[in-house]
Design a protein around this ligand. Sequence first.
Ligand code: MRU
Length: 352
Amino acid sequence: MVKTMEWQHDALEILDQTKLPVEISFIKCTTYLRVAEAIKRLEVRGAPAIGAAAGFAMVLGWQQLMREGKAELQNFAAIRDELIAARPTAVNLAWAANKLYAKAEAMAEQSAEEIAAALEALAQKIYADDIACNKKMGEYGAALLPPHTRILTHCNAGALATCGWGTALGVIRAAHAQGKIDMVYADETRPLLQGARLTVWELMQDNIPVTVITDNMAAWTMKQKGINAVVTGADRIALNGDTANKIGTYGVALAAKHHGIPFYIAAPVSTFDFNIATGAEIPIEERSADEVRRLQGVVTAPQDAPAYNPAFDVTPAELITGIITEYGVIKPPYLENIKKLQLKTKEENFNG
Ligand code: MRU
């Protein structure tokens, strides 16, 4: 399994996902600004992966402040805010950056060097914990799937979108290891083809049976190919269970509902936003119109055609059969059960 990123103490090496599957190349980020740029350009992407990258970027930011003799909290807060602004929808980004900032704040009386060491250890812990969470999610999710599963997924919620293993693809990996997966149908995921380029590549590397379809084939494929489960990742989940994920997820959930197919979300606790009541409060990133007017650089619409390019949509909670987390599967009533999850994670943090 190719590593999404590698921490090198004074640099973060990132696998350039914009080049996959044609080329495997890496970008060495020596500044927090280069990491922010990589997040904006989707060189590193997927909610948990951008959270981990932001954690390491905060370490690079603190190291830079130390070199410049400006290692103060207010300067660190500015770096945190710049990183959070890189992409607005995936809450993991703010979650990780805030965690690192809170660590520095709690150590305000200690030396800049001690803070640097603690920040580095915390960023590495976020990275390592993500893999462990994915593995747990995989087991909980696989238990939901029947023998002879023909499953559909959207975008890429795999090893590439995380620190390894994957959320939705982690569930598929675990189910495959149990001999339950007959076929994975991967939506190509326009406009940037994370499904075709990344999910299909990742699954083929691991010899998991996969078939790529264009996005407009999803409903028909459900009907014709006997799809019996759908699983996707998430970028932000509100208290009531409304879930933001890659644009097109909402349509897939609607089609699944019509066909009576269970629709699951797989996401770690870091993807929950306990501060918002519903999906209406989730900021949706809008990206360049050229991503819609072109396909991999080739013009496919009149150059000056007005184009709308929301990068995410929100699937209403009532279309979601269950949310697979590292703490188990959350079922409706979501508000009540997500509040219980919040309480559990608060207690655990309190107990260290
Ligand atoms: O724009 P992207 O490629 O970052 O969007 C990624 C997704 O929507 C994923 O499904 C989500 O982040 C979950 S990744 C485990």
